[in-house]
Design a protein around this ligand. Structure first.
Ligand code: PLP
Length: 362
């Protein structure tokens, strides 16, 4: 029997489907997806309650009000903004628009796995370059550029390592790239870094080949709404605008996004909460024999190599038994680690208590 066959690129795809873990009951402590620790802003809650939503109507393809709110919050030119169904959508669109079959997109060894997936689906060739330890290496990226390179993906800070390269290094990377290569600055965690890495926007404003992707899924606490945005040179924005599905962002997300971005008090509270735990974790977990890798984000890699304690599989299973979900790092080639996001105070105390129990057993 002859069956419909997907295109070659899709047949060879190793699909990336995040394993968020299997909860033991319906309300797990979920620290496996780098979501905002403090839920969502009270202003978002108020908008959900008070605003009228016309659920039978399509929303606007793009919302000038949302663009204006983002531009105001981050000091940007509204005209360069394009919003999307999560920043994942933009990663897919840029590959679809700029990769001919066989064109190459570079990503880093421990970089975000959506990059090679989107590249492959578009018909391109993902080129993985070695990191320097757990951090992206500009030298290795530049050495991998060929005539077929069309895109370089840089998540900075990176998920899942939590590391970042400096502004000077990002600029050196850009300067070393041919002008036809697009540098994608995936700034999903920029909100957690002091100064919010505003230099990325300045790079976009002064070059034709730099784009910046951002998200409402992390510090703004709207992961379920699927809302991302990008900042673009005019030409690239026009191309992506022309191929995106017309209604990929929904009008509820737009309304909640505006409420979230205007609530700077909630944002500051979220940052302060994150800083408190990121400062405390190395000491608290170090005291029970768990090494916490340095991170500038809202998550950390915990080292479980099985030498002086459980390996990562055993630790993951033990925590899941206690209804706590961390992220398995085997898909990233980081099997000696588990990734843990910062949760609420109560969640963090619970996970530390369980990890203490685990370390005492072994
Ligand atoms: C580096 C990075 N980029 C992009 C995304 C996608 O975010 P969104 O929820 O906006 O699609 C994530 C989500 O985990 C991420 O870690």
């Amino acid at each position: 029997m002859v069956q419909p066959t997907p295109k070659q690129a899709v047949r060879s795809l190793v699909s990336y489907r995040p394993a968020l873990g299997k909860p033991k009951d319906v309300t797990p402590i979920r620290l496996s997806a780098n979501e905002g620790a403090l839920g969502w802003s009270p202003q978002v809650e108020a908008a959900l309650r008070d605003k009228a939503f016309r659920l039978n109507h399509y929303g606007q393809p793009q919302s000038a009000d949302l663009h204006a709110a983002i531009a105001k919050r981050y000091g940007l030119e509204a005209v360069r903004i394009l919003t999307s169904n999560g920043s994942d959508e933009l990663i897919g669109l840029i590959c679809l628009a700029y990769l001919e079959p066989g064109d190459e997109a570079i990503y880093t060894q421990y970089g975000f796995l959506v990059f090679p997936q989107a590249t492959t689906i578009a018909g391109g060739v993902p080129v993985k370059v070695a990191d320097d330890g757990l951090t992206a290496s500009v030298d290795h990226i530049l050495a991998a550029v060929t005539e077929r390179t069309k895109i370089v993906f840089l998540a900075n800070p990176n998920n899942p390592t939590g590391t970042m390269i400096s502004e000077a290094e990002v600029k050196r990377l850009h300067q070393g790239l041919p002008e036809h290569v697009i540098l994608v600055l995936d700034w999903a965690y920029a909100e957690y870094v002091a100064g919010e890495m505003s230099y990325g926007a300045r790079m976009v404003e002064t070059a034709e080949n730099v784009v910046m992707f951002r998200t409402f899924s992390k510090m703004h606490g709207l992961a379920a709404q699927r809302l991302g945005w990008g900042y673009f040179p005019d030409a690239i924005r026009d191309v992506l605008a022309s191929i995106r599905p017309p209604f990929s962002i929904n009008s509820v997300a737009v309304t909640l996004g505006i409420a979230a971005i205007e609530d700077e008090a909630f944002q500051q509270q979220s940052i302060a909460h994150n800083q408190k735990w990121m400062a405390a974790l190395p000491t608290r977990l170090g005291a029970i024999g768990i090494t916490v890798m340095p991170s500038v984000t809202n998550f950390v890699l915990l080292h479980f190599d099985g030498h002086n304690g459980p390996d990562s599989d055993a630790a993951l299973a033990f925590l899941a038994e206690h209804n706590i979900l961390l992220r398995d790092m085997h898909p990233y080639g980081l099997g000696e680690y588990l990734r843990m996001s910062v949760g609420t105070d109560a969640e963090m105390e619970e996970v530390i208590a369980r990890l203490t129990e685990l370390m005492m057993q072994s």
